[in-house]
Design a protein around this ligand. Sequence first.
Ligand code: PLP
Length: 299
Amino acid sequence: MSDYQVFLNGEFVPEDEAKISVFDHGFLYGDGCFEGIRAYEGNVFKLDEHLDRFYTSAKALDLTPPYEQAEMKDLVLEACRVNELEDAYIRPIYSRGVGDLGLDPRKCDEVTTVIIAREFPRLYGPELYEEGLSIATVSTRRNPPECLSPNIKSMNYLNNILGKIEANQLGVDEGLMLDTKGFVSEATADNFFIVDDGEVVTPPYHNSLRGITRQSAMDVAEREGLPVTEKPITQFDVYAADEAFMTGTAAEIAPIVEVDGREIGDGNPGEITKQLMDAFEKVTRTEGTPIYPKETVEA
Ligand SMILES: Cc1ncc(COP(=O)(O)O)c(C=O)c1O
């Protein structure tokens, strides 16, 4: 049993004591929202951006967080300190809380707050970052914004999980999801990019989650002097691309070398993709909110 401490409704408790009710609507209905955040070498990367998205997701669910955003920022840093972490994956969660067996959120008295902080390696195996991933288009379409906006990072991930199950059944490393019109949306837990004639291209975010790493990759690419475009892309565009990669907090930047049995480019991680992976790694090591204020380190 690990000795991680988890923040649960106002206090840090040992991981094995961090339990919530089976009547919590997060458990019963997936009613709640969350974030996935990383810290590198003692600094939390893009913390404000993640918390902005977390609080926007809560607002979209009409869920009133028990903590102000500034308080949550302190709690996220505290969750790293309590667990003596420098490199971490941090998962804040707000669920609707304990209610009855009906859906009505008005029956839930108190929002449940959880913050998990622990070590967590990159999402895919280390060899895949060297050799590149094989992915396949799955038949499950990304849920459209007119049904449930992919921009609510909700606790209901069944749409993505069905896509992941298909990818597993197909024996590939990841699933590529299309939107309901047949344009590329995103992978099951990452945003998707192609590189075409030196241009870095990603689909607009309305039919996918507006990823924080997606934005970082776009910023990094621009700083590297590469043209970056957000435009709809088709499966044909993917097959014809010179390079492809995915971005996400858990995955970071992951190269793709095969889609639907077609080699992308020459079947190796692309040069621009590798350039962006290096540049992104540098950014994660030089930016961020310090977990341990300097005085504490020097004391
Ligand atoms: C469905 C989905 N798309 C994309 C991403 C990547 O977003 P980010 O870079 O903010 O982690 C995630 C992960 O949070 C995700 O769950």
